[in-house]
Structure formats: structure tokens, C-alpha cells
Design a protein. Structure first.
Length: 456
């Protein structure tokens, strides 16, 4: 018994507990002078994280109950070990295991909410859907949330939002990040290769989304701060410098990717929105998520769909950077009305919700006629800093992913439809709006689709 306890204590001593981002670093890197939420998310890694989690739960609950959430896949990967560790410490818990192919909807969140009565904590074991499900349900019932990641597949672990389909329309809703993250790096490292590739692509989006945010800020809100971008830059050299290692499961490369994803989520939290890591490229993924209700075709992994959006955004910036100020189109109302009138044929029963989203940015879209010419020299210089689409395609292919439209399950005509109309589903201003106003969105879409043909 004594040897067993000593072994446990030894495992505890090897544990590393730290903030994902030191709050002092945020104060040092801020350039906007405004307030930022303190990123008080702690990560526990190394040693026996399952015993550490169970011990922390026992201490926090003091005899109360927790709700354990996972799915069929993450249950096999790590959820069963979480449950076993809780049992060994006699922690009282109930479990919800959702199907492995679940997508997050308001109805699924409500289903979990109904199970929360009497629980003082939610612990989710999983990645995208499972993590957002746990966050959303905990937020709705105002109880703490902790998580056990199972894959470096997306940056939502530490973000203060959750991507949820509400009435069929993909929305990002407030959902505080977990206070504690328990990371078993062997599980994370050995996640299926497509999940690692998906996370790489989701993180790569920062290269274009940050320019989207700067553009919107310069034209309208003045909200841009260099802090979020500066936080992520520290990890970039590790995962971008060895994309092959993401595919092979190299520990240093995957650790760098995972760290980058966690920091990216914190960057969104301190920014108060998803703007630092989600721009026009993410709208392409949201488009295909939502189109499942129309076409019946299940979407691909989020990050892989985002990759197709990155190529489109880069193509937009490439073309926009070659436009002279005197050649800027003046067609705001005509362009808006044309796209607004297309909504019913594209979205059917979801049309009313999509129209509400698009109408929210009508005034800004019409203001392009004055705002773009006034700011074009500065904007054009920013656009020129974006790498060409071929750069991103090459990086992604070096992870072992084919990076073609076929590989992400997108037919060419559907991709072109997404490229030209996905901007209607969200109120945020992105490069897709600028390209549409300037009359180059269709051309950029065709160029991106051509680059994503097999054999290119």
C-alpha cells in the first residue's frame, strides 16, 4: 500500500501545472491600451493526469457530483480512463456519451443541460463538438467546466466561444473556457492523422484572419490589437517549420501545434471575439456545415474545410493587392441586393435566419463606397503582406494531406457557390466582402478552385 502511494506521489511531482498564457505577458504585449480579460486557463500535463484530475475533482466537489461528457470515439481514446480514475477515488459522477458523428446544435446543448440538475461541475473528454458541448452546457447552467483534450484538431479548447447551430444557422456564442485542462500528450500525439492535419489548418487560418480583422478595424471599429497575434507567434516556428512532423506524429511538432492551438484560443478570449483566428476563410467551413441540412451531405473536419477557405482568402488578397485606387468599384447597393435576393434559393427554410445575419452588416457594406477609397493605400499595403495561395497549399500538403477540393469533400460548383455567397451567413466584415464589392470575388474563387484541382 505504501509503495502504491509513493508511486502516486511520484507521478504527482512530475506533473506540470501552469497557465496556458501568463497574464503578465498579455499586459506587456497589448498595443490597444484597452481592457482584456485575464487568461486564467491552467493546463496540467505530464505524469498521471487522470489521477490528478480525479484528485482535483474530489477536492473541488466535496462529495458533490459531476457530469462527464464524451463521445463514442473519445470515450475509447481517454474517456474510459477518466471514468476509471474517478471511480478509484470514489468521485460521484454521471455520464453522457453522444454519437461520434454528432454536430453541435442548440438542441444537443439543451439535451445535456437537462441532465445537469444536481451537478456542480462538467468535465468533457474530446475535441471540437464535445468541448463546445461541455462549454455551452456549463455556461447555460453557470457551473464550472474542465476538459481533457483528445486531439490537436482545433483552437476552441481555450476560447470563450462555442460554434453552435442555432435554428440551423452556424453561430459563435459566448461560452467561458475551462478553468483547467488535463492534457495526456500521448493521446493528443496519437490522435488520427486527419485530426492533426485539421488542427494545423485551423491554426494556419491566423495568417489571413488577422488581416481580415485589421481591415475591418481600419475601416470601421478601430478594435485591432497586436496582442493576440503576438501571443501565437511564439509557437509558429515549431509547427510551421515542420509540417511533415504533424503528419508523422513527431512529438515536438505536435506539441508545438497543440500549444499553438491553446494559445490561439486564449488570443480569441483576450480579444473578446473570434476575429484573431476566424475570418472569411472560416465562413467557407460554416457554409458547408450549414448546407448539410440542404444537401444531406455530412461536412468534412472543420479545419480541413477552413483550409479551402484559406486558399480562397489568399487568392482574394492576391488580386485585391493589384487593384489601383481609381479602379475601385462603386456598387454597394447593387451588390448587396443581388446577394440578398439569392438567399432563398440557396438556404430554403434557413433563409429568414440568414437574411437577419446579412442585414446586420448592410450599412457597413454600403459604406465601402466611401471607406475603401479613403483607406486604400494602407489596405493595399496590408494585402500585399499575405502569402500567395500556393504557399498555403504547399504547407498543408507537406503534412501528408492532399489538399484538393475532392479531399475535403467539396464539389467544384458547391465550392464556387460557397466562395461567392458564404459572406451572407455572418455579420462580420471579411475579405470576402471587400472582394465582392471590388468585383473580384468570383475571379478569386475560380483561381482557388483551379489551384485545388487534383494534379496541381
Amino acid at each position: 500500500m505504501e509503495n502504491k502511494e509513493n508511486k502516486k506521489n511520484g507521478a504527482d511531482r512530475r506533473l506540470d501545472r501552469r497557465f496556458v498564457v501568463d497574464p503578465r505577458k498579455c499586459r506587456e504585449l497589448c498595443t490597444c491600451g484597452g481592457p482584456h480579460p485575464e487568461p486564467l486557463v491552467e493546463i496540467v500535463s505530464g505524469g498521471d493526469i487522470y489521477s490528478a484530475l480525479a484528485k482535483d475533482c474530489e477536492k473541488f466537489l466535496s462529495g458533490g457530483r459531476l457530469l462527464l461528457v464524451d463521445d463514442e470515439n473519445t470515450r475509447r481514446a481517454a474517456g474510459h480512463r477518466v471514468a476509471q480514475a474517478l471511480k478509484e477515488r470514489n468521485v460521484r459522477f454521471d455520464e453522457i456519451t453522444v454519437p461520434g458523428d454528432s454536430s453541435l446544435s442548440d438542441k444537443l446543448v439543451e439535451k445535456v443541460e437537462r441532465r445537469i440538475d444536481g451537478h456542480a461541475l462538467i468535465v468533457a473528454t474530446g475535441s471540437g463538438t464535445v468541448n463546445d458541448l461541455g462549454k455551452s452546457a456549463a455556461c447555460a447552467r453557470k457551473i464550472p467546466y474542465w476538459c481533457v483534450p483528445t486531439a490537436p484538431s482545433m483552437n476552441g479548447y481555450t476560447s470563450a466561444i462555442a460554434a453552435v447551430k442555432v435554428a440551423g444557422v452556424k453561430r459563435t456564442l459566448p461560452a467561458p473556457p475551462p478553468k483547467l485542462i488535463y492534457a495526456d500528450m500521448e493521446v493528443v500525439r496519437n490522435a488520427p492523422v486527419k485530426l492533426r492535419q485539421s488542427g494545423f489548418c485551423d491554426l494556419l487560418a491566423k495568417s489571413v484572419s488577422d488581416i481580415d480583422w485589421q481591415t475591418e478595424s481600419l475601416l470601421f471599429s478601430g478594435s485591432y490589437c497586436e496582442l493576440p497575434s503576438a501571443l501565437v507567434e511564439g509557437a509558429e516556428s515549431i509547427y510551421m517549420g515542420n509540417p511533415e512532423g504533424i503528419g508523422t506524429g513527431d512529438l515536438r511538432a505536435v506539441q508545438g501545434l497543440f500549444d499553438g492551438l491553446l494559445i490561439s484560443g486564449v488570443a480569441m478570449s483576450v480579444a473578446g471575439s473570434s476575429a484573431p483566428a476566424s475570418g472569411g476563410e472560416h465562413l467557407i467551413s460554416h457554409f458547408f456545415d450549414m448546407r448539410e441540412a440542404i444537401t444531406g451531405k455530412p461536412p468534412e473536419l472543420h479545419g480541413l474545410q477552413v483550409a479551402a477557405g484559406i486558399v480562397l482568402s489568399a487568392a482574394c488578397y492576391e488580386i485585391l493587392s493589384s487593384i489601383d485606387e481609381k479602379d475601385l468599384a462603386i456598387s454597394g447597393e447593387k451588390r448587396f441586393r443581388k446577394d440578398f435576393d439569392r438567399i432563398p434559393e440557396i438556404w430554403g427554410e434557413l433563409s429568414d435566419e440568414v437574411k437577419k445575419r446579412f442585414l446586420k452588416k448592410r450599412d457597413q457594406l454600403l459604406a465601402f463606397e466611401r471607406a475603401l477609397p479613403d483607406r486604400w493605400p494602407i489596405l493595399r499595403a496590408m494585402f500585399e503582406t499575405v502569402k500567395q495561395p500556393e504557399f498555403f497549399i504547399d504547407l498543408i500538403r507537406r503534412t501528408g494531406f492532399p489538399m484538393t477540393l475532392e479531399s475535403v469533400g467539396m464539389a467544384t460548383d458547391e465550392y464556387l457557390l460557397a466562395a461567392e455567397t458564404a459572406r451572407t451567413i455572418r455579420e462580420r466584415i471579411t475579405v470576402l466582402d471587400v472582394a465582392a464589392h471590388c468585383g473580384v470575388l468570383q475571379g478569386a474563387a475560380i483561381r482557388a478552385a483551379e489551384l485545388l484541382r487534383p494534379g496541381r
